[in-house]
Design a binder for this molecule. Structure first.
Ligand code: 5GP
Length: 189
């Protein structure tokens, strides 16, 4: 059996990476979405074990102590997100490839760990203005949280050149096409 690979999609919040990841999962049968753990509250419609493993801060901290995470980040103040060894191994043991949606620092960190076994893609929003509009339209966050996400986004945009590929998400269909072609090529190697 060929060794399982890892696809990392990172972007500032609102750049469209979740939509792109969902498309890839639906259209590339060998790719399986890696469900992260988080200490944030579920949003409406989000399901345990499908969107995230929702943990309390105490549960999350315990897993950090027990070294259950490959990586974790304090993505926003007080909010932890992390990738579990058990999740990635579960997918590789099925003979599939792993697709992970994560913040920019986490993406760089994971690429460092897995090297050529991983493909890291940065989804670039056309501008901070567009990002702001998308976050407002999504309507899931308060003004304060939107401001926090935007501040972080401005810093994250500087890290784009560290990724294996940077894809501009101006027109979603085009971005999807470009990402899909990169991923298909990588998985065929
Ligand atoms: P959201 O709260 O919008 O679901 O996610 C916030 C940010 O956390 C997003 O940028 C998302 O990609 C990131 N994220 C999700 N899972 C992980 C993870 O396992 N590790 C890291 N470092 N970031 C993650």
């Amino acid at each position: 059996m060929k060794e399982g690979k890892l696809l990392i999609l990172s972007a500032p919040s609102g750049a469209g990476k979740t939509t792109i990841v969902k498309y890839l999962i639906q259209n590339i049968p060998s790719l399986v979405f890696s469900v992260s753990a988080t200490s944030r509250e579920p949003r409406q419609g989000e399901r345990e074990g499908v969107d995230y493993y929702f943990l309390s801060i105490d549960q999350f901290t315990k897993k950090i102590e027990d070294k259950e995470f490959i990586e974790y980040e304090n993505v926003y103040p007080g909010l932890y997100y992390g990738t579990l060894h058990s999740e990635v191994n579960r997918i590789w043991n099925m003979g599939k490839h792993v697709a992970i949606d994560m913040d920019v620092m986490g993406g760089m960190h994971l690429k460092e760990i897995y090297g050529k076994r991983a493909l890291s893609i940065f989804i670039q929003p056309p501008s901070v203005k567009v990002l702001e509009e998308r976050l407002r339209k999504r309507g899931t966050e308060t003004e304060e949280k939107i401001a926090m996400r935007l501040q972080k986004a401005v810093r994250e945009l500087e890290w784009a050149p560290k990724f294996d590929a940077v894809i501009l998400n101006d027109v979603l269909e085009l971005a999807i096409e470009q990402v899909e072609s990169k991923v298909t090529e990588f998985l065929a190697e």
